[in-house]
Design a protein around this ligand. Structure first.
Ligand SMILES: NC(=O)c1ccc[n+]([C@@H]2O[C@H](COP(=O)([O-])OP(=O)(O)OC[C@H]3O[C@@H](n4cnc5c(N)ncnc54)[C@H](OP(=O)(O)O)[C@@H]3O)[C@@H](O)[C@H]2O)c1
Length: 265
């Protein structure tokens, strides 16, 4: 794809994106620039690790991958160099398109993307929302985030929910995995064995939904023999509030993100 992309901020997310974009082969013809505030000693072949203004001037797509609290300073630095030829792609949690417009310009093409930490292993779920001006560049954003996992286009009004379900979701599932691991250890497996079993079982359960397009409850029915051990265990978990605890946790997280939305920048 012929385009030019600047990633501003190559921390956890920015560097995973850079790696995804470069290794996917989809952007062989693109010019890619990546910037970082400190320790820019490296001059990688093919990209210029340089200052923000230089990167912005050269790029059509500017991906913001700094912390929300760093946006003010960054905007002050680059806003005069952002023009209507640019598309801004923001990964910043809790920063609305309206807020970004107030920093960079009202008529800009602005896209918000909410990936998760599994970008590091190309297994992110990235929810993408955009304003009307961004229509022509939506496909580029989808292609960029497809290099690090799956994407889903959503309405911006669902961005907070996407943050809870898709980004915080990684932590929720990891805690469930850890709990299952502890159960495995109590039954006699050592920790690495228990983790190997639980992680693969999770992956398999997920693949039944994603690859075989099964409904979760239909797959549960296939495992629950009448009077058997699976239904006994499942019902015990439900008596202890498994589904309810998950839904309540998600909604508490959603309430919290809505409460802190306007405090992030
Ligand atoms: N990590 C994820 O998977 C994930 C998921 C969803 C959303 N997000 C969002 O993505 C953003 C980045 O997250 P992260 O985890 O990658 O954070 P991070 O590891 O702290 O990375 C931020 C990077 O931005 C750089 N930076 C700060 N100010 C800069 C400036 N003025 N110019 C150039 N670079 C600058 C920092 O460089 P220095 O070290 O040189 O200061 C650092 O490398 C956040 O807004 C977060 O909400 C991240």
């Amino acid at each position: 794809m012929k385009t030019s992309i600047a990633i501003i901020g190559i921390g956890n997310l920015g560097s995973a994106l850079l790696k995804g974009i470069v290794s996917s082969g989809e952007f062989k013809e693109a010019a890619i620039y990546a910037t970082k505030r400190q320790s820019v000693t490296e001059q990688k072949k093919g990209y210029i690790l340089t200052n923000n203004i230089e990167a912005v001037k050269k790029a059509q797509v500017v991906i913001l991958a700094v912390q929300p609290g760093q946006l003010h300073g960054l905007a002050e630095e680059i806003k005069d160099y952002i023009t209507e030829k640019h598309t801004i792609v923001s990964t910043l949690t809790g920063v609305s398109i309206d807020k970004l417009k107030s920093f960079f310009g009202q008529n800009l093409a602005i896209i918000r993307a909410m990936p998760n930490t599994a970008t590091a292993v190309n297994e992110s779920m990235t929810c993408i929302a955009s304003n009307g001006n961004a229509k022509p560049s939506k496909a580029i954003a989808e292609k960029i985030f497809s290099t690090v996992g799956a994407t889903l286009e959503i309405d911006e009004s669902l961005m907070q929910a996407a943050t809870v379900l898709g980004a915080s979701g990684v932590a929720f599932w990891l805690r469930i995995i850890r709990a299952a691991m502890q159960g495995g250890i109590q039954m006699g497996f050592d920790a690495p064995e228990s983790l190997a079993i639980v992680a693969q079982v999770c992956k398999g359960a997920s693949s039944l939904l994603q690859q075989a397009h099964k409904h979760p409850e239909a797959e549960i029915d296939r495992v629950t023999t009448p009077k058997g051990c699976t239904i006994t265990g499942l019902n015990e978990m439900e008596h202890a509030g498994l589904s309810s605890a998950l839904i309540k946790g998600l909604l508490a997280s959603y309430d919290k993100i809505n409460e802190i939305r306007d405090e992030v920048v």
